[in-house]
Design a binder for this molecule. Sequence first.
Ligand SMILES: Cc1cn([C@H]2C[C@H](O)[C@@H](COP(=O)(O)OP(=O)(O)O[C@H]3O[C@H](CO)[C@@H](O)[C@H](O)[C@H]3O)O2)c(=O)[nH]c1=O
Ligand SMILES: C[C@@H](CO)CCNc1ncnc2nc[nH]c12
Length: 450
Amino acid sequence: MEEKRNGLRVILFPLPLQGCINPMIQLANILHSRGFSITVIHTRFNAPKASSHPLFTFLQISDGLSETQTKDDVMSLLAQININAESPFRDCLRELLLESKESERVSCLIDDCGWLFTQTVAESLNLPRLVLCTFKATFFNAYPSLPLIRTKGYLPVSDSEAEDSVPEFPPLQKRDLSKVFGEFGEKLDPFLHAVVETTMSSSGLIFMSCEELEKDSLTIANEIFEVPIFAIGPFHSYFSASSSSLFTQDETCIPWLGNQKDKSVIYVSLGSVVNITETEFLEIACGLSNSKQSFLWVVRPGSVLGAKWIEPLSEGLVRSLEEKGKIVKWAPQQEVLAHRAIGGFLTHNGWNSTLESICEGVPMICLPGGWDQMLNSRFVSDIWKVGIHLEGRIEQKEIEKAVRMLMEENEGEKIRERMKVLKDEVEKSVKLGGSSFQSIETLANHILLL
Ligand SMILES: Cc1cn([C@H]2C[C@H](O)[C@@H](COP(=O)(O)OP(=O)(O)O[C@H]3O[C@H](CO)[C@@H](O)[C@H](O)[C@H]3O)O2)c(=O)[nH]c1=O
Ligand SMILES: C[C@@H](CO)CCNc1ncnc2nc[nH]c12
C-alpha cells in the first residue's frame, strides 16, 4: 500500500561504506513511511543497488577514485573521497534544487557525519542539513576530545595501567587507545575538528541508537553539539539492513542453518572493512575447528591480507572445518542472526553488527579491529555484560576457550540471559510509544518545519 505523500523530498547522501549505507537506507525507509519522497545521491564507488529500492530515486556522482585507491584503508579512502566528491556533489545538488517543483519542495539534506564539505555546500544553496551519525553516540561525543586524549601521554601504555579506564572516555581502557587511533595519530585532528564544526552548524543530529542503550550519551551529545538530537533506532525489525547489501548474499546459509540444532551455531564475521593477517586467519580457523562447535564463517574475499580468499587453509584443515562448519563470502547477516540455530556471534563490533546482534538477542565474542569498535566492544563486555572480550588475542586456544564458554558453559548461559533482557528493552524503543518511535515523530515534525 502506498502511504500518503506529504509533498516534501529529502536528499540523502551516505558515505560509501557498507556500515554507513545500511543505516542511511533504513533512515530512507523510515522517512518514506512518514510520507517523505527520497532521493539518494551516491558515489560510483560502493554504489547502492537502485533496483533493490524501487521507492527511492538514485543519482550517481563521480568520485574520481582509481582502482587502487578503492582498496586503501578506510581513513585514506575517506580523506581522498572527501576531496574528489565535493564539486560533483555541489553540481548535483544545485541541479536538483533547480529542478524541484512547486508540488514537491526539497526540505533538507541528510548526510553522514564523515562528509566534510556538505555543510558548506548546503549552506551556500540555502538548504538545511541534518547529520546522520552511524556510531554509538558515546563515541561521537569523544570527537572533540580525541586529539587531547592522544597527546595526554596514555600511549604507549604500561602493563600496570593497561586496564585502567581512560578518564575522559569511559569505559574505554587505556590499552584500547592505540587501536582507536591506528597509525594516523595527529593526521586525524583536522578531520575530527571539521566533523565537529560542521555538525555544530547543522540543523540536527540523528543517531541509529536509542535511549535504552545510551540515554546519558544522547543528553551529552546535545550539550556538546548544541543541535537537536534524534535517536531513532535500531529499526532492524521493521526494515532489514540486508536489502542494502553491496555484495551478493550466499543464500545457502539459511537451509544449512535449518539442519542445525537450536542455538548450536556460532556466526563469525568481521564486517566489511576489517582485514586480518594470514597467521590470524589460521589461528581463527584452528580455534573454531578445535572448539568442536558448529560455525558459519564469513570470509570476505581479500580480507585475509595477501590472499584472494581462503587458500591459506591446507586441504586437511578445510576437511576438518567442513565437518562442523560452513565458510561463505558474504552472508544475509540479519536473517542469520535471527535464525533459531544461532547461539553466538564472534564479531568485530561494528556498530551495525552490534545493534543487529542485540536486536536478535545473540550474545557476542568481541574481536574489535579499531576505531569505534574498541568502544562498542567495551560496552558489550563490561557494561551490558552480553559478551566475552577476546582482548585482541587472536590465538587458537583463546578462541576455542571463548567459543566453548559462550556456547556450552554456565557462564555462557548467564550472558545469554542478560542479552535477552537487553533485547527486550531495546525492542520496546521502536514499538508504538517507545523512545525511538517518538523520536521519529519528532524528527518528521522537525523536518516539516525546516
Ligand atoms: C560481513 C557481512 C556484513 N553484513 C552487513 C551487516 C552490517 O549491517 C554491515 C556491516 O556494518 P558494521 O557491522 O557496522 O561493520 P563495518 O562494515 O566494519 O562498518 C564501518 O561502519 C560502522 C558504522 O559507522 C562502524 O561502526 C565500523 O567500525 C566501521 O568499520 O554489513 C552482511 O549483511 N553480511 C556479511 O556477510
Ligand atoms: C579501524 C577500521 C577497521 O580496521 C574501521 C574504521 N572505520 C571507520 N573509520 C572512520 N570513519 C568511519 N566511518 C565509518 N566507519 C569508519
